[in-house]
Design a protein around this ligand. Structure first.
Ligand SMILES: Nc1ncnc2c1ncn2[C@@H]1O[C@H](COP(=O)(O)OP(=O)(O)O)[C@@H](O)[C@H]1O
Ligand SMILES: [Mg+2]
Length: 355
């Protein structure tokens, strides 16, 4: 059984400003298990950064309770003494969008800086820094200054620095937002590798659902300081409940873009009587299971696939298709019903014979 390594209960964060009060985080409860890659998505201003700064008490909440690895570090009665707090913070590494490296120090010096209070000897520190740089694939760049490194390499240095004190938790706040798509993929692959190799729990803040889909196993969606939906990546992607979650997912699967093109096609514009434009979604079935061949064999309903997208989420295939079903009216009805009985979600987008 996995246990919660991060427990945030009923967290509020309120900023008092001269003229008004900003409720940046409102009654958020999140439990993150050891070994999770936990995505937190939301648009800018949703409260994501404020919420994760609460995890290491860089931001003290206005109300709520925080436990890290079984220890309460904050509630109405407990606020750790600065010495204990520093020790607890060392269990939590953090990386950011803009890397936050020291420009006047080399890659190795940037990493070594995090070992200042480690009590290691000079030689031990040097060996540790070398190991960390190797871990992130930067052994040959130890003596380079940040200005001599690419964005991806700078983020690798930042990751090595964040891991210097062997944290159990890594918080990544938009760490790939300043990187191009290819470099983003490489950094995400590195995070996944560190998660598996070190058992590192990762809290991944992003405004892109694609990133969640690529490496997270659980996800929370935030809007206006509230947590509006939470669950396994598989559940959220196969059955998003909130409108905002649905929006985020559409941008991640490309279905929105595809729909724009699909509705322009003559086959859809002039959909004949007896045909039906449907969106099919299925999870858990083998992707090569010929669900569409079945309805042809049983009902002689033909399926013309206009869009198909299959993702593997947490080892489970999740598929989505836009299809024109055509046959005589009652046959299409029967086929639609058979698909639903087989666990496929069917949304009718357009009935034939109308324009
Ligand atoms: N130190 C602060 N003082 C006042 N308001 C803040 C402060 N930090 C964040 N906020 C406000 O809190 C809200 C949430 O911000 P933030 O947590 O940065 O959102 P996100 O990371 O999702 O973009 C925003 O309205 C922001 O302006
Ligand atoms: Mg932010």
């Amino acid at each position: 059984m996995s246990k919660a390594i991060i427990q945030l209960d009923h967290i509020d964060v309120t900023f008092e400003q001269k003229k008004r009060q900003i409720d940046a985080v409102k009654d958020v409860t999140i439990h993150i298990n050891q070994g999770d890659i936990y995505g937190i998505v939301g648009y800018s201003g949703a409260g994501k950064s404020t919420l994760v700064r609460v995890i290491n008490l860089l931001q003290v909440p206005s109300a709520g309770k925080i436990s890290i690895d079984g220890d309460v570090i904050y509630d109405e009665k407990v606020l750790l003494k600065s010495k204990d707090l520093r020790a607890k913070r060392r269990e939590i590494g953090m990386i950011f969008q803009h890397f936050n490296l020291m420009a006047q120090s080399t890659a190795a010096e940037n990493v070594a800086f995090a070992l200042k209070h480690s009590g290691l000897s000079k030689d031990e520190k040097a060996a540790k820094v070398a190991n960390l740089l190797e871990l992130v694939g930067l052994s040959d760049r130890a003596d380079n200054y940040p200005a001599q490194l690419s964005g991806g390499q700078k983020q690798r240095v930042a990751i090595a620095r964040a891991l210097a004190n062997d944290p159990k938790i890594l918080i990544s706040d938009e760490a790939t937002s300043a990187l191009d798509p290819k470099t983003t993929k490489q950094i995400l692959a590195l995070l996944k590798e560190l998660n598996e190799k070190l058992g590192l729990t990762i809290v991944l803040i992003t405004h892109e659902m694609q990133i969640v889909k690529d490496i997270a196993n659980r996800v929370a969606v935030m809007q206006n300081g509230h947590l509006i939906e939470e669950g396994s990546v598989l559940d959220i992607f196969s059955g998003p409940k909130q409108a905002l979650t649905q929006d985020f997912i559409k941008t991640a699967t490309g279905i929105d873009e595809a729909m724009g093109k699909i509705v322009q096609q003559d086959a859809v514009k002039y959909l004949p009587q007896g045909s039906r434009l449907v969106q099919l979604k299925y999870a858990g079935q083998s992707t090569d299971e010929p669900i569409l061949n079945d309805i042809y064999a049983k009902f002689h309903v033909k399926a013309n696939i206009l869009f198909a997208n299959i993702e593997i989420l947490d080892d489970t295939p999740v598929g989505e298709m836009i299809v024109i079903l055509s046959a005589t009216d009652d046959k299409v009805d029967q086929a639609t019903q058979a698909l639903q009985e087989a666990g496929v979600s069917v949304v009718v987008l357009k009935e034939g014979g109308h324009q």
